[in-house]
Design a protein around this ligand. Structure first.
Ligand SMILES: [Zn+2]
Length: 253
């Protein structure tokens, strides 16, 4: 992606409205291009200032009703011909306001759920780890090397299971950031395929059964067990990833 296109898409990127591919391409460009990265930081600062400061205006709840009432009054009242132009302008203004409110509402309604965001973030982390040449921070097939590596880097100690005999050798580990917190990423391999297993403490106490979703050719399995949330992501076949997930579940319970 070039500078022009990046500038064009920057607003959408800051608002988190781009698709995954564009997001990753912009991220890559921002890392390489100082000018665009500067523009991005400005945009981010501006956005933060607006939403934190007094410039951010939330319309009062009864505004829409008041506009409708005044519209009705306007259309009923008899007015002298030379006022008509003004009347139409005020109606047009009111309609524009109603339209803006409706757009605002539809934005709220169609915003993806927190789960959707997390799925997208987990998938983005997986793809980024493959693209950015940053698959592992600690390279080791030994669980007794990988587990202590996380000590002091995370506020929890992830279980690192050895699945080499079952055909899923450990490659290493990496720090990642998901769900607004640092998480452990364990990297396993299945033939030429990479499996990222993300682990972090759950914010809720209840267990959540295994859920599977397929996005853009990648399979994502997630579950929460004993206060820990797990996400396994890969492009191996569903059955192989499911086998991996079952092995992890057996060995971590
Ligand atoms: Zn640029």
């Amino acid at each position: 992606m070039g500078c022009n296109e990046t500038h064009h898409l920057l607003d959408g990127y800051v608002d988190g409205e781009l698709d995954l591919t564009s997001t990753l391409e912009i991220e890559q460009h921002l890392q390489a291009c100082a000018a665009c990265s500067h523009a991005y930081n400005n945009q981010l600062a501006l956005r933060t200032a607006i939403s934190a400061g007094s410039l951010y205006f939330t319309p009062p709840l009864n505004l829409q009703k008041r506009i409708q009432v005044s519209l009705r009054k306007e259309s009923k009242s008899k007015t002298a011909p030379r006022v008509i132009a003004w009347r139409w302008i005020s109606i047009a203004t009111a309609l524009a306001a109603v339209l803006l409110i409706a757009l605002g509402l539809s934005r709220v309604v169609f915003v993806p759920s927190a789960d959707d965001h997390l799925t997208q973030d987990v998938l983005a982390s997986h793809i980024r780890s493959l693209m950015a040449n940053h698959l592992v921070d600690v390279v080791s097939s030994n669980q007794h090397t990988v587990k202590p590596w996380f000590d002091g880097k995370l506020d929890f100690s992830p279980s690192v299971v050895d699945l080499a005999k079952q055909g899923f050798p450990l490659v290493g580990g990496r720090l990642d950031y998901l769900d607004n917190r640092p998480v452990a990423a364990l990297v396993y391999q299945r033939r030429k395929h990479v499996i990222n297993l993300f682990i972090w403490p759950s914010t809720q106490n209840t267990d959540v059964g295994t859920q599977m979703i397929t996005r853009q050719g990648y399979h994502l399995f997630s579950w929460t067990k004993a206060g820990t949330t797990y996400w396994a992501v890969s492009d191996v076949s569903t059955s192989e990833l499911q086998q991996f997930v079952q092995l992890v579940q057996q060995q971590t319970s």
